[in-house]
Design a protein around this ligand. Structure first.
Ligand code: RB5
Length: 147
C-alpha cells in the first residue's frame, strides 16, 4: 500500500511519528514535506502535493497533518475525486473509509495526541470501503455536486 504523507510546520512532529510507525509496518511511505517544524509554511501548498500524488497513483492514500486538520481537509476537498476526512476518533476514520470511501486522512496535531493519531491511521488504512450500492451511489454524487 502506497501512502503519501505531508504536513505544515504545526504537523511536522506528528508526521515524523506516523511516518516512522508506518515504515516499521512495511508500508511504502513518501514524505512530501514539510521538513521542519520551525519554518512556517502554508498548509494548502503541502495539501496540494499530497492530493496530486493520490490522484496520480490510484489506490494510494494520503495523510495530511496541520494544526487542526481543518484547513488541510478544506484544501484537499477542492480536488475532484479527492475525499478528505478530518478525523479525531477511530469511529470517524472507520466511517470515512467504509461509507465515504475517503482517500486522504487529515489530522490535527494540536487536537489529538500521537497515540490516538496512530490508532486513527491504523483504522483508516485497515478499513475497506463498504461496497453496498447505496454508499457507492452517494460517493458518486459527491463528484456530481461540483459547482
Ligand atoms: C497554522 O498555524 C495553522 O493555522 C494550521 O496548521 C492549520 O491548523 C490550519 O487549518
Amino acid at each position: 500500500m502506497e501512502i503519501f504523507i505531508g504536513s505544515d510546520h504545526a504537523g511536522y512532529e506528528m508526521k515524523k511519528n506516523i511516518k516512522e510507525y508506518l515504515q516499521g509496518k512495511d508500508f511504502k511511505v513518501t514524505d512530501l514535506g514539510s521538513f521542519s517544524g520551525e519554518e512556517s509554511v502554508d498548509y494548502p501548498d503541502l495539501t496540494r502535493e499530497v492530493a496530486e500524488k493520490v490522484l496520480e497513483y490510484p489506490g494510494s492514500f494520503g495523510i495530511m497533518i496541520c494544526g487542526t486538520g481543518q484547513g488541510s481537509a478544506m484544501a484537499a476537498n477542492r480536488f475532484k475525486k479527492i475525499r478528505a476526512a478530518l478525523c479525531d476518533s477511530e469511529f470517524l476514520a472507520e466511517m470515512a473509509r467504509a461509507h465515504n470511501h475517503a482517500n486522504i486522512l487529515c489530522l490535527g496535531a494540536r487536537v489529538i495526541k500521537n497515540d490516538l493519531a496512530i490508532k486513527i491511521v491504523d483504522k483508516f488504512l485497515n478499513t475497506k470501503p463498504d461496497k453496498d450500492q447505496r454508499h457507492k451511489r452517494r460517493v458518486e454524487k459527491i463528484d456530481k455536486n461540483v459547482g
